[in-house]
Design a protein around this ligand. Sequence first.
Ligand code: ZN
Ligand code: ZN
Length: 348
Amino acid sequence: MIVTRMVLATFSISLISSVLLNLSMVPQKMDMNRDKSNRFQNPGLKQGNQFLGLLKWQFSRIGKVPSFSSAQNVFPIAEPDWRKINSKPDELVITWVGHSTLLVQIEGLAILTDPIFSERCSPSQLFGPKRFTPVPFPLSALPAIDAVVISHDHYDHLDETTVKALGNDPVWFVPKGVKPWFIKKGITNVIEMDWWQEYQLGRVTIVCTPSQHFSGRSPFNRNKTLWSSWAIIGTKQRFWFAGDTGYSPLFSEVGIKYGPFDLAAIPIGSYGPEWFMLPIHVNPAQAVLVHKDLQARQSVGIHYGTFILSDEPVTEPVTLLKKELEKNGIREDEFFTLQHGETRIIEK
Ligand code: ZN
Ligand code: ZN
């Protein structure tokens, strides 16, 4: 009896903390760009209140989330091409750190996307989703970073420890409403942008492009800041970073305006369960649609295999992506995945 009570108490505590953690991740009803309470919305997307859906999902996944120890060696770690990285390459060179973190080098610049090097993506390093695959190298191994693009303020994309470690040296590009968070942390080298705004950084144009998602770091600031994707347009090559996104017709517009892209970084994970996740994340089939809409010559799959934030089996995104490519008659090297830490040179 006592054991049963203890099990029930542990179950309740873990359920409540899980719900609180995920409460900031509940997408709300959205119609126009901002609603009456000044919260950002996805244009043209209608979603019901998903709080009950969140509860249903949390109950359904208890006991199903793989533990860190069961994850060893699922995803091998690669050694980055440090010689290439440290040569300040002129051509487009990418290195995948894991999740949505990429080192993007283009025309002599080193740019990071949504950098997270921490052990957990959470308000605290004591609880919350722990890294499934270790970080392939420490932040200190990186070359001098010229700029960072941030897609939105969720913990797996905006990590306080990593932001503070990078400090004021890089220029931080953030979507509307995110700058005050940086100022509070003492980071002032921040350019805040709305969708479709452009900024010239040396020979490269940084464009804040749309995505279909939501924002918030607590249940109290949901959708108070904007979410975005980013285009990095060089004089010779073009790169696009999706951030977090559901499938949206806006990507065709991005493709027409700024494509064709030499490389697009597109999420392929965090789509399970689809009834709950698809308005805010793409599955591999939709990732292939995004690749086509953008007129991308090549794409790289991101947002999988690093933190477990959803229900699909950890290796499924890569398997499903290969099936989708075959179905669409697309070569595997046209939409590829990398090992954590792997570097790839993107030929013009
Ligand atoms: Zn997110
Ligand atoms: Zn995410």
